[in-house]
Design a protein around this ligand. Sequence first.
Ligand code: AP5
Ligand code: MG
Length: 204
Amino acid sequence: MQLVLLGPPGAGKGTVASTVASRTGVHHISTGDLFRAAVKARTALGRRVANLLQSGSLVPDSLTISLVREHLSTLDGREGFILDGFPRTVPQAAALAGFAQIDAAVELIVPEQEVVRRLSGRRTCARCGATFNVASMPANAAIFCAPVQRDDDDPEAIRRRLHAYRAQTTPVLEYYRSTDLLRGIDGTATPNEVADRMQAVLAD
Ligand code: AP5
Ligand code: MG
């Protein structure tokens, strides 16, 4: 299974991809996570993209495509993968078609009001990387984890990310619809139910 997972910022891409990956053993590849790791490690790539991430703007296609191509080349192809947050532009989708065969592109459908609510409440543990939401965070999370807010979850960066999604990523939906690879699922249920829905759609 070689999948693309699409959906606006805060739709739950990372949450559902990690659940499906742990249930099935496929690789979960998040370009956002790869960029954040590069920023944290202060690599040359990290220094180039830090300001773009913080402001909520997209990283140039050339850098993003090379990152994904290199990452996929290190995988054992038998296990499959879920690409979370890539492709985000039509040139990225066209480039991906040149180095990987995609079985399906799944769109997580969540209303904008709900994604803003989810992003505003998101916290990530600085130690273990787990993602929570203040609305559903377990009472003891603060004991085991060190919850921090992502730099790009402030209102101005959220606004810019939603704009980038509408302007640059919604054409990617059309790209996959035109090749009959697009499958839409309602992302407004519990994380486990959304993962069930994703697996059911893929099994069809
Ligand atoms: P990226 O990290 O991909 O950010 P994003 O697309 O904006 O998406 P998020 O990670 O914010 O949300 P998500 O959909 O993963 O939701 P999550 O599961 O966390 O990209 C960051 C930046 O990197 C970009 O702005 C850009 O600069 C750069 N970049 C990355 N890829 C790029 C590319 N291809 N090209 C160019 N630049 C690129 O969930 C959100 C919250 O909701 C959490 O609190 C979670 O607990 C909660 N939640 C999740 N599911 C549910 C549910 N079912 N019900 C209730 N709450 C839920
Ligand atoms: Mg994510």
